[in-house]
Design a protein around this ligand. Structure first.
Ligand SMILES: Nc1ncnc2c1ncn2[C@@H]1O[C@H](COP(=O)(O)OP(=O)(O)OP(=O)(O)O)[C@@H](O)[C@H]1O
Ligand SMILES: [Mg+2]
Length: 235
C-alpha cells in the first residue's frame, strides 16, 4: 500500500471571487514523481499556488503529511516540507548565486548558513558561479539555481512549475537526470507541471491531465496515449 503524502479533496480556488479550479481531488504518494499536464491557461500554476498557499481555497481541503494545511500560511507550508519552484524561476537578478541560495534558508527557518555540500553534488555548475549575479546565468542555470534553492529547505515535496520552459535541450537532459537523482537518492516526492510530453513520460510515474480548471484524466504515464495528448494538449 502506497503512503499518501499530499491529498487534495474537492478543491475550488482562484483569484479573488473568480474560481479557476473546480472540485479538484488528487493524491500524490510518498516518493512518486507526478506530472500535471494541460494546455496554457487551464489552471496548472494556480493549482501549485493553491498547494503552497498563495491562492486561498474557497472550498475543499489539502492534507500534507497527515496534517490539514488548508488554512496554513505559505511560510509554514514551506517549513512543513513543501518547496515551490515557480514558473519563470524567480531568481533575484542582482543578488549573487550564493545569496540566492541562502534565500532557501530564510524560507526554511533554519539557522544554518552553510550551503550543504550535496547541493553542489547535484548542481556542480553552481559552485563555479557562486559570486556571479543570478541574473547573469543562462535560463537553464537559473532553473538549476531555483531547484537548488528549493532543496535547501530540506523538502519532502517539491512543486515544480515548467522546469524546461525556454531551456536548451542539453540542459533539459541534465535537469531531468538531476531531478531523477533527487527523487531516487533523497526520496523526495515531485509534483511538476510540464508541457514537454517526452520529459514528463521519462520522469513521471503518473500524470494528471487538466482542462478548464478540472482534472479530466489521470493514470500511469504508460497510459498517456496519443489520443489523450491530441485531445488535451495539441493546439
Ligand atoms: N493573478 C491572476 N489574477 C486573475 N486571474 C489569473 C491570475 N493568474 C492567472 N489567472 C487566470 O487563471 C487561469 C489559469 O491560469 P494559470 O496560470 O493557472 O494557467 P496555466 O495552466 O499555468 O497556464 P500556462 O501553461 O500558460 O502557464 C487563466 O484563465 C488565467 O488568466
Ligand atoms: Mg502556468
Amino acid at each position: 500500500m502506497k503512503e499518501s503524502l499530499l491529498e487534495l479533496s474537492n478543491v475550488t480556488a482562484g483569484y479573488g471571487p473568480t474560481p479557476v479550479l473546480f472540485d479538484i481531488s488528487m493524491t500524490v504518494n510518498q516518493g512518486e514523481v507526478v506530472c500535471l499536464l494541460g494546455r496554457n491557461g487551464v489552471g496548472k500554476t494556480t493549482l501549485l499556488r493553491s498547494i503552497i498557499g498563495l491562492n486561498a481555497l474557497s472550498q475543499g481541503s489539502i492534507v500534507f503529511d497527515a496534517d490539514d494545511i488548508s488554512q496554513t500560511p505559505t511560510f509554514k507550508r514551506t517549513r512543513y516540507g513543501i518547496a515551490y519552484i515557480p514558473q519563470g524561476r524567480e531568481i533575484i537578478p542582482y543578488l549573487s548565486v550564493l545569496d540566492n541560495l541562502k534565500l532557501g534558508f530564510a524560507a526554511s527557518g533554519r539557522k544554518s548558513k552553510k550551503i550543504p555540500e550535496e547541493i553542489f553534488d547535484f548542481f556542480p555548475m553552481l559552485k563555479d558561479h557562486l559570486s556571479r549575479q543570478g541574473g547573469l546565468l543562462s535560463g537553464g542555470q537559473q532553473q538549476q539555481l531555483a531547484i537548488a534553492r528549493g532543496l535547501i529547505c530540506n523538502p519532502k515535496l517539491i512543486l515544480l512549475d515548467e522546469p524546461t520552459e525556454g531551456i536548451q535541450p542539453s540542459i533539459v537532459q541534465e535537469i531531468k537526470d538531476t531531478l531523477q537523482r533527487i527523487n531516487q537518492e533523497k526520496g523526495i516526492t515531485v509534483l511538476m507541471v510540464e508541457q514537454k510530453i517526452e520529459f514528463a513520460r521519462q520522469l513521471a510515474q503518473r500524470f494528471f491531465m487538466m482542462d478548464k480548471g478540472s482534472i479530466v484524466a489521470r493514470g500511469q504515464t504508460e497510459e498517456l496515449t496519443d489520443s489523450l495528448v491530441n485531445q488535451y494538449l495539441a493546439v
